[in-house]
Design a protein. Structure first.
Length: 143
């Protein structure tokens, strides 16, 4: 039983250290850009977070001691872009970076900057994992 406890502690230590390492790595990479950086410790696009989105919103809005008024809490909502509109861009600028442990997201509200990003493909590489094709439907369905 003692061995199982150590294995669980070791596994949890590995998960937490990997998470923190990736978060800090992406954070320091984003700082080099000179753009405003917002750290997102919560993976709002994770399937579990999407399933519990309706439960999380009331909990976040009822946080004690004025914590629900913190600026970064708006980014915890899955649809913050539609709830706040241009308000976040007015506060952080036309372009800012959201840093998560799995990567970085660049938000752009300036049409000219967006045009430059799309025209200069080599300067702004995209993750090719987003463009992978899924297997045909008949290989995933059991008859």
């Amino acid at each position: 039983m003692e061995l199982l406890r150590y294995v669980v502690y070791l596994f949890l230590t590995y998960l937490i250290s990997t998470y923190l390492y990736n978060l800090l790595r992406h954070y320091f990479t984003a700082l080099k850009s000179g753009l405003p950086v917002i750290v997102q410790p919560y993976q709002r696009l994770h399937p579990l977070a999407m399933l519990t989105c309706g439960i999380n919103k009331p909990i976040i809005t009822r946080l004690p001691f004025g914590l629900s008024r913190w600026k970064f809490l708006h980014f915890l909502y899955r649809d913050w872009e539609f709830q706040t509109g241009f308000q976040q861009f007015a506060e952080y600028g036309d372009v800012f970076i959201e840093v998560r442990s799995i990567g970085r997201l660049l938000y752009v509200a300036n049409a000219e900057a967006a045009n430059q990003i799309f025209m200069r493909r080599n300067d702004f590489p995209k993750d090719l994992g987003f463009y992978s094709t899924s297997p045909p439907l008949h290989t995933r369905v059991m008859f």
